[in-house]
Ligand binder design. Structure first.
Ligand code: FES
Ligand code: FES
Length: 182
């Protein structure tokens, strides 16, 4: 077993994990953060998307031991108490889901995009979620949610606070992350 320490959703955590344990299994089974979904478990669907140092990665392709000293953000880390994050609000407003199973991953991908590009084009939004499959075919409204999220994040920034907190600054300086998206 290896002891791995990281910062997750703002909290410092340490876990003893086998070297082969994926970040996805560590999140869901060891940390009870089940908002990150496990579907294909092989890098095909994007349901497990989380932020690692601000960049979207597939948690199923990321080893927990590779997260030593890193900053992880999961869907549970976006809301502030009962107040939804702007990207989460945008998905509700745009009715961008049906079963909702892909939604956490979609939201994390849009969050990573907006941390790097505050006014994305429709093509950039489509590219950002191109690694996130939606079996319900909610793609049109997912793109609308991305556009609405950009508006809400811009409004939040204009009001003097950064809706994405440390994720934005972390993204700016991050190198290539394991579990990187295709
Ligand atoms: S669970 Fe499908 S990409 Fe990770
Ligand atoms: S809303 Fe059902 S898989 Fe996307």
């Amino acid at each position: 077993m290896h002891l791995v320490s990281f910062r997750i959703n703002g909290d410092e955590r340490s876990l003893a994990v086998e070297p082969r344990r994926t970040l996805l299994d560590a999140l869901r089974a060891d940390l009870a953060l089940t908002g990150t979904k496990k579907v294909c478990d092989m890098g095909d669907c994007g349901a497990c998307t989380v932020l690692l140092d601000g960049r979207a990665v597939y948690a199923c392709l990321t080893l927990a031991v590779d997260c030593e000293g890193r900053e992880i953000t999961t869907i549970e880390g976006l809301a502030h108490g009962n107040e939804l994050d702007p990207v989460q609000r945008a998905f509700v407003e745009a009715d961008a889901y049906q079963c909702g199973f892909c939604t956490p991953g979609q939201i994390m991908s849009i969050t990573a995009l907006l941390a790097e590009q505050s006014a994305p084009t429709e093509d950039e939004i489509r590219r950002a979620v191109s690694g996130n499959l939606c079996r319900c075919g909610a793609y049109q409204n997912i793109v609308k949610a991305g556009q609405r999220a950009a508006e809400l994040v811009a409004a939040t920034r204009t009001n003097g606070s950064n809706a994405n907190g440390s994720r934005a600054s972390a993204a700016a300086g991050a190198g290539d992350a394991p579990g990187g998206r295709r």
